[in-house]
Design a protein around this ligand. Structure first.
Ligand code: AHG
Ligand code: MN
Ligand code: MN
Length: 355
């Protein structure tokens, strides 16, 4: 790997490599490149804010905002700050038609004063909110879709574009054209797929830019590490209990090997670990709120992570089906999640489909 390849250079070279100007796995048309560069810049801004922590007195980014989001969760100050940073960075560039976020009830249309682009951006601006105030890794997750074809728009068409609606966003994860996350940990690291493998970039604070540090990330098919919130054990259904009990039985049990467990409570950090060294991450349906399919949100948590994991050779299901095939019914839909090392995800999925 050549030294010191910036995020921008990677995107330009990836587009040249791909030689499919607008379509095909790995292609990065100019509008998408601008979008990804803007997202990376926004993540840099969020990273700076995260680093300040308690500094800033009354303006400290720590603590509660004393408001609730559409899912009824108390918002932290940083949830709102990160959301604003992403919106302000992205609304003016002409690359987007609309945005959607965990922290906004409905979709955000690009204001009329700006040109409208062809992409839709979804994000979880700050993942792992419960870790903000305790100085544990958190992150931003994003997913990019194309606006479905419609009448020509403000970008040169003779008629006004039909306004984007929530229905335009409700595409299965298999339609994503880019997905990734930025983790704010000991290093700030951006991980990206455009459908041609997974690449990782580390923020070089002296240069002020993301630099390519790993390409073609692969998740080993087998693992001895699982990731689940064990305190919910009594609420799970039989297939999940069976899978975990077999892991816990270790070398003496049916699996014939000892397992290790990790749970950071930031999906970004748990997924980052399994991309780096393998593992299986699970947030299953449970009996605490039986009407909900799971805790995590399909469109801006599960879908981007599922695509990254698949692009790295892993698998991602809701226990029964491939996550990327699920047709979303609403923007903030929840889903059960099993993702990571292929053989483990296939095993726990088989337990669901046979029990
Ligand atoms: P968010 O902070 O965006 O609401 O997401 C938190 C999610 C996810 O990052 C993590 O894996 C999970 O919630 C942790 O849930 P528990 O606190 O139930 O373990
Ligand atoms: Mn989240
Ligand atoms: Mn969040």
């Amino acid at each position: 790997m050549a030294k010191n390849i910036s995020f921008t250079r990677y995107l330009v070279e990836q587009q040249r490599r791909c030689q499919a100007p607008d379509g095909g796995a790995g292609s990065i048309p100019p509008q998408l490149r601008l979008l990804l560069e803007v997202v990376a810049r926004a993540c840099k801004g969020i990273s700076m804010a995260v680093n300040k922590g308690a500094l800033g007195g009354e303006n400290s980014i720590l603590g509660s905002a004393e408001s609730e989001n559409v899912q009824g969760e108390i918002q932290k100050k940083l949830d709102i700050i990160a959301n604003e940073v992403l919106i302000e960075a992205n609304e003016w560039g002409g690359h987007l038609a609309a945005m959607a976020s965990e922290e906004m009830d409905s979709i955000y249309l690009v204001p009329n004063r700006y040109p409208q682009g062809e992409y839709l951006l979804l994000f979880d601006p700050l993942d792992g909110s419960s870790n903000i105030d305790v100085n544990v890794s958190i992150g931003t997750i994003f997913s990019v879709l194309k606006k479905p074809e419609g009448p020509p728009g403000r970008n040169g068409g003779s008629t006004e574009a039909s306004p984007v609606t929530e229905a335009d966003f409700l595409q299965p994860g298999s339609q994503q054209v880019a997905a990734g996350y930025c983790i704010y940990g000991p290093q700030t690291t951006l991980v990206l797929t455009v459908g041609d493998g997974v690449a990782m970039f580390t923020l070089d604070r002296e240069q002020g830019s993301f630099v390519l540090t790993q390409e073609n990330i692969r998740i080993p098919a087998d693992t001895k590490e699982f990731s689940i919130n064990m305190s919910n054990l009594r609420h799970w259904d039989a297939p999940v209990k069976r899978y975990i009990e077999e892991c816990l039985a270790g070398a003496d049990g049916p699996r014939g090997k000892d397992f290790n467990m990790r749970w950071i409570a930031s999906m970004v950090a748990d997924v980052h670990r399994l991309l780096m060294r393998g593992g299986v991450f699970m947030y299953p349906w449970d009996k605490r709120e039986p009407e909900k399919a799971g805790k995590l949100r399909l469109m801006y948590e599960a879908n981007p992570m599922a695509w990254l994991v698949e692009q790295a050779g892993g698998a991602a299901t809701n226990g029964r089906q491939r996550i990327l095939d699920l047709p979303p019914a609403k923007l903030h839909e929840r889903v059960a999640v099993f993702l990571g090392s292929k053989n483990e995800v296939e095993r726990v999925t088989a337990y669901h489909n046979t029990l």
